[in-house]
Design a protein around this ligand. Structure first.
Ligand code: WQD
Length: 338
């Protein structure tokens, strides 16, 4: 039985492939290398000892997707990561995001709905909640108007999946990620942002490495413990393992609804300044930073209620913020040492 991982050479995808292989699944990766390199395939093989099957394919090409599924007719599970994910870029170039994130999903689902039964895990995001009223955020928190086309593609994607699951053999789990950070303990896999990092932790590690002059902290006048935004930073390996458990749940027909939703976070919120302090503690580096104005589109606070993931999915984040930050720092030093 094969499991398809789209975007399997990406940050979260590659860590998930390793965890799937560790559980004995045979993995086929589809990736168009738009935000990754083949080195990641080597990294996966160094960790698991097994090179996954790999198809360099763009899911926006409908005929290529059809050809793939006629060639691989024994796919029983799909984990769909492939998507563009830069919030700022999506505001500047919305059609790139609607075309890439939605047509790829639609072509994939068109092939999957031909199957009698198939398990489908969707990479969603806590972005769908906007600024939730109540903390920690539960899965039944209202979906609010998206702050960006990126966030809107996640909301629309969830709706498309729900509508198709109702009339097909597709059984789906939507995993709403909080903030994935860190790297694999072997240092063979980690985050590889292209250009200037948009996200906090890779910007911190690049600043500590001397690649960036200083970190700009986007605002300290929010209604939080120290005025800076609060997020739920989850180690990417913990997040990867949530995907394996979600897949197992569907393959073993334990799901209770055609579409199930889980928030995947640690349940703990950390402010930007707290992340900086934690990073300085684990790395022993002094991090140069400056408080600047707020970033457009940032919400104040988001951290997960993890009861459902703990009790229903049987998953719990095991790694601490310190461990995640240290793993990110070790990875940054490794990729700059070559
Ligand atoms: C975290 C905090 C910033 C950079 C986004 C997407 C989410 C997911 C993760 C894809 C915020 C502050 C950041 C910097 C800063 N993406 N910050 N200086 O915005 O919570 O989530 O990325 O799946 O869907 O919405 O993550 O890391 O960009 O920011 O002060 O140079 O760090 O203001 O408060 P975010 P982030």
């Amino acid at each position: 039985m094969k499991v398809l991982v789209t975007g399997g050479l990406g940050f979260i995808g590659s860590h998930t492939v390793v965890e799937l292989q560790a559980q004995g699944y045979e993995v086929v990766i589809i990736d168009n290398l738009s935000n990754s390199t083949l080195d990641v395939l080597n990294g996966i093989e160094k960790i698991s000892g097994k090179a996954p099957l790999f198809e360099n394919l763009d899911l926006r090409n409908k005929s290529e997707v059809q050809r793939f599924f006629s060639q691989y007719s024994d796919i029983e599970g799909v984990i769909h990561f492939a998507a563009s994910k830069a919030v700022g870029e999506s505001v500047e170039n919305p059609l790139l995001y609607y075309e890439n994130n939605l047509s790829a999903l639609i072509y994939l689902l068109q092939e999957l709905q031909k199957k009698t039964e198939v398990s489908f895990i969707f990479s969603s995001s806590c972005t769908v909640y906007g600024q939730a009223e109540k903390m920690p955020i539960m899965e039944d928190a209202p979906i609010q108007e998206a702050f960006s086309p990126y966030g809107n593609t996640k909301q629309i994607g969830e709706e498309i999946i729900s509508d198709v699951a109702k009339v097909s053999g597709i059984n789906a789990v939507l995993l709403r990620y909080f903030n994935p950070i860190g790297a694999h303990e072997t240092n063979f896999l980690g985050e590889l942002p292209i250009g200037v990092p948009q996200n906090l932790v890779p910007f911190i590690t690049q600043t500590a490495m001397g690649l960036r002059q200083k970190l700009a902290v986007f605002g300290d006048d929010y209604d939080t413990i120290d005025g800076t935004c609060v997020r739920d930073y989850i180690h990417v390996v913990d997040l990867a393992q949530a995907h394996v458990l979600a897949l197992k749940r569907l393959l073993s027909k334990q799901q209770t609804e055609k579409v199930e939703v889980f928030n995947v976070g640690t349940g703990k919120g950390s402010s930007v300044l707290e992340v900086i302090q934690a990073f300085e503690r684990v790395s022993g580096k002094q991090l140069p930073y400056q408080i600047v104005g707020r970033r457009e589109g940032d919400i104040t606070t988001a951290y997960a209620n993890t009861d459902k993931a703990n009790d229903v999915l049987g998953w719990k984040a095991l790694k601490t913020l310190d461990e995640a930050l240290l793993s990110a720092w070790n990875w940054e030093q490794k990729i700059r040492s070559v």
